[in-house]
Design a binder for this molecule. Structure first.
Ligand code: SF4
Length: 542
């Protein structure tokens, strides 16, 4: 065993025999779902039959290259027998004999070998109890199983050295019980391979569990007490939020946060985002998820000029087509004639984007389409008086409509950063935006796909519904305009509500919230350079 080789967890060997890709995601890319239910399909400790006497050993062996916790060892006729308890059903041979599943056999063998080495006693068999059908399988720790174990350890070391994720398993039943299916997206990958015409099963959750905590009151302090985040306002008002229900914290303006809160959030993987009073995104504190192999693949993919151009074309096509479709939708019943020439410019841009041979050419067509699009929005919000969108301006925004757009784009940027970190990619390496400012290029890239649906649409909708008061919701200082505290609260509410709206992905074929759609796109993007390309940036508004 090479000194530098890390010891493999016995549960990781179990995962490897279950599915090589599961092993790779857990052990090499370090993707773990933070909840104990990860192992629900594979382990059962909390429902042990009462008669069992528990003896637990945590053992490791440099020689075997493994470590693990042997939960139960029973003595039968003077022999030591490791036991494992599983939630599912036993395997039955054709002639009806009760057998353990191959992954469970390897696990038992690993425990047997650890016990033999540490206690110098021969272990010749183990047992697996399957709770679903109350059957116990005997596992003989013979030469054949020991050889299979050695081969599994060898394969684990080989996979650790690889930068390529193994393919999805061909046994679709395994995915049904796999805790990492929402990350792996096996059905989406099979869709690409045309193994199935449409996703047979959907593993990616429609909604995210937990919510984004926004703190907007000037002078408020965010502190932690036990498992609770407490927001104390200047006037003494206090609100409490269980930390496990929070997925991110956004601090707007002059808000304090204690070191203990930052510490707790860092260890729980909850990013903290900072915004200025005017709504500009300043930065985030958050852990980059582990998984160096994943980032090596990203660097290799995004330093390949052909890959970069291909992805940028997909992205700009998605953006310009969404802008065009939105304008067509807005003018379905009236005013089409007032924006006919701008629509033509956007149609031309879509055609040329497909044929573009450089990033500069793409940027040219995207800019042209963008100007035409905002001219359309200006024309179509003309009746909204002082709130009408008079072209796009920023840094700083000069009118209420642009103040709203800038604020929502900043929130969208934050959500894109978070999704990228959740997936474990490096946000500082993108493919379309250049690293010119402190903003992460990959987050800027990703936002392009969601500007229309998550920001522009709520702007036009809220203007038409007359939801804003120029006097109460905005502050005009010289040529600058930003949101008042009241306006900011309204804008956050509209944005967060919009994120929860569900929409059916036209290619994947299932519905999910916009919030989840951002993360889904990052996962599909990663597949572009991980051997399963073709699904990124294919979503469009209807
Ligand atoms: S979802 Fe399926 S292919 Fe992906 S890791 Fe799990 S079992 Fe393997």
């Amino acid at each position: 065993m090479d000194d530098a080789e890390p010891l493999t967890r016995v549960m990781a060997l179990h995962a490897l025999v279950y599915c090589e890709r599961l092993f790779y995601l857990e052990e090499v890319e370090e993707i773990r779902i933070a909840d104990q239910s990860v192992y629900d399909g594979r382990r059962l400790h909390e429902q042990l039959p009462e008669y069992v006497e528990l003896t637990s050993y945590t053992l490791e062996s440099e020689r075997l290259g493994i470590k693990g916790k042997v939960d139960v060892v029973r003595t039968i006729d003077g022999r030591w027998v490791p036991f494992e308890y599983k939630k599912g059903r036993a395997r039955l041979s054709r002639d009806g004999r009760v057998q353990a599943w191959p992954s469970d056999e390897i696990q038992i063998c690993a425990y047997a070998l650890l016990l033999e080495e540490h206690f110098e006693r021969p272990i010749t068999e183990g047992r697996v109890y399957y709770a679903a059908d109350h059957r116990t399988a005997v596992v003989l720790v013979d030469e054949e199983l020991r050889a299979r174990f050695a081969e599994t350890v060898r394969r684990a070391a080989e996979l650790r050295r690889s930068t390529q994720r193994p393919p999805v398993t061909s046994n679709t039943n395994l995915c049904t019980n796999c805790s990492l299916a929402p990350v792996c997206l096996p059905e989406e990958e099979r869709l690409l391979l045309e193994v199935s015409a449409e996703p047979a099963q959907r593993f990616f959750p429609a909604d995210r569990e937990g919510s984004d905590l926004h703190v907007t009151s000037p002078g408020a302090t965010v502190r932690r007490s036990g498992g609770t985040v407490i927001v104390e306002e200047r006037g003494g008002e206090r609100k409490e939020f269980p930390i496990h229900e929070i997925v991110s914290i956004s601090l707007h303006g002059h808000v304090q946060v204690t070191t203990q809160t930052i510490h707790a959030c860092a260890s729980e993987g909850i990013p903290i985002h900072f915004f200025t009073t005017g709504g500009r995104y300043v930065g985030s504190i958050g852990n980059l998820a582990g998984g160096v192999q994943r980032r090596l693949r990203q660097y290799a993919g995004l330093t390949d000029p052909a890959m970069v151009l291909y992805l940028a074309k997909r992205l700009v096509t998605a953006k310009v087509e969404s802008q065009l479709r939105y304008v067509l939708r807005l003018t379905r019943e009236k005013q089409r004639e007032t924006v006919e020439s701008e629509i033509e410019v956007m149609r031309e841009a879509v055609k040329h984007v497909h044929r573009a041979s450089s990033l500069d050419e793409l940027r040219g067509w995207e800019g042209l389409a963008g100007r035409a699009y905002f001219t359309c929005l200006g024309t179509l919000t003309r009746d909204d008086g002082q709130l009408a969108l008079d072209g796009r301006n920023r840094r700083p925004p000069r009118d209420p409509a642009n103040a709203l757009l800038s604020f929502w784009y900043a929130l969208l940027y934050r959500d894109c950063v978070r999704a990228i970190l959740v997936v474990g990619l490096d946000p500082s390496i993108g493919f379309y935006h250049q690293p010119r400012s402190s903003a992460y290029p990959l987050a800027l890239d990703l936002m392009e796909m969601f500007r229309v649906t998550l920001c522009d649409m709520i702007l036009v909708g809220s203007l038409h519904r007359r939801q804003w008061s120029v006097g109460d919701d905005f502050v005009q200082a010289g040529k600058q305009c930003w949101l008042s505290p009241e306006g900011r609260k309204k804008a956050i509410e509209l944005y967060e509500r919009r994120k929860q709206d569900k929409w059916k992905h036209p290619v994947i074929g299932y519905s999910l919230s916009y919030d989840r759609a951002i993360e889904l796109e990052v996962r599909l993007l990663e597949k572009e350079w991980s051997g399963a390309p073709g699904l990124f940036a294919r979503n469009r508004i209807r």
